[in-house]
Write a protein that binds this ligand. Structure first.
Ligand SMILES: Cc1cc2nc3c(=O)[nH]c(=O)nc-3n(C[C@H](O)[C@H](O)[C@H](O)COP(=O)(O)OP(=O)(O)OC[C@H]3O[C@@H](n4cnc5c(N)ncnc54)[C@H](O)[C@@H]3O)c2cc1C
Length: 264
């Protein structure tokens, strides 16, 4: 590691004001991605601004229509919240499948969403459930939030404060995990509300995406049979040492089928 300044604000406004007074600051949440990045010298911020003492980033609120989760809630908190498990069990299940116990203890939903890793699990839940991302400046619809590989709509110094998930009737998340890290080689989140189905895929492409053709077919007839002929072209899918783009295309159908079967 190299030297950097360490700051621990207790409010969002203090965090923002420190950020703007520094040369090249970076927020740190769970540090699960940022610390390895610093160790590898892929980033060398002058100042680290630790968000862990900001209590307003840590609450979980479950209302009749939606669940709102503070950005600094850990994956463990989300997977173990009785309120979330009752209202939206697929979200608790997703959180319980992330990484390993150490990662779930430290990693946060805000850090995951801000990082926009193409293999992260939460983006599939956000897109399928049509979530809203609240920041220190504004509210962003999920469709406008994930721009590309490790790229979001967040501006310099903008802080994700909370994420709000509309509650649906049924939902399921199925993933084919990388056996070492747990990251999604392909993950499919399927949600159903008022006969509208939304299918969001993570891990397969440079960013999370929906498969509208599957959504339309499933909305008319909710069965694996109705989507059996749909093939997602592998042209725009990721290909790496973990899986070829052709294999990822195949896994998309397998994961969506598993989700459909769970909900049937
Ligand atoms: C071994 C390992 C296995 C993993 N497996 C999985 C997996 O299976 N599935 C999965 O989805 N993820 C996985 N992860 C990722 C992990 O779960 C975290 O979500 C991820 O590391 C980011 O969260 P963090 O809280 O650690 O963020 P940090 O590492 O602290 O920050 C990441 C980035 O987000 C920025 N940031 C953090 N919080 C905010 C905020 N509130 N507002 C604005 N910017 C912010 C930081 O400045 C930084 O650029 C894994 C990580 C590791 C190390």
């Amino acid at each position: 590691m190299y030297n950097f300044n360490y700051k621990k604000p207790s409010s969002i406004s203090e965090a923002k004001s420190i950020f703007s007074s520094c040369d090249d600051a970076s927020y740190i949440a769970g540090g699960m991605t940022l610390i390895p990045t610093l160790k590898q010298r892929l980033a060398m911020p002058s100042d680290l601004i630790d968000l862990s003492s900001i209590s307003e980033l840590k609450s979980i609120k479950v209302e009749e229509e939606c669940i709102t989760v503070g950005a600094m809630c850990s994956h463990k908190q989300i997977s173990e919240s009785d309120k979330i498990r009752t209202a939206l069990p697929a979200l608790s299940n997703l959180a319980s499948m992330i990484g390993d116990p150490q990662v779930r203890n430290r990693g946060t939903i805000g850090g995951s969403v801000a990082n926009s890793d193409p293999s992260a699990d939460y983006p599939a839940a956000l897109l399928s459930l049509n979530a809203k991302i609240y920041t220190s400046e504004r509210t962003i619809d999920v469709e406008d939030f994930f721009i590309g590989l490790f790229e979001t709509a967040l501006n310099e110094g903008e802080i994700v404060t909370k994420i709000s998930f509309p509650i649906c009737e049924k939902a399921s998340y199925k993933k084919f995990p990388n056996p070492a890290s747990g990251y999604a080689v392909v993950g499919a989140f399927l949600s159903m509300k008022n006969d509208i189905i939304r299918v969001a895929i993570t891990g397969a492409g440079p960013k999370v995406f929906r498969i509208k053709q599957m959504e339309e077919k499933l909305s008319k007839s909710f069965s694996t049979d109705s989507i059996k002929d749909i093939v997602v072209s592998h042209d725009d899918l990721n290909s790496d040492l973990h899986a070829s783009s052709e294999y990822r295309s195949h896994l998309i159908n397998v994961m969506v089928n598993r989700a459909v079967l769970e909900l049937t």
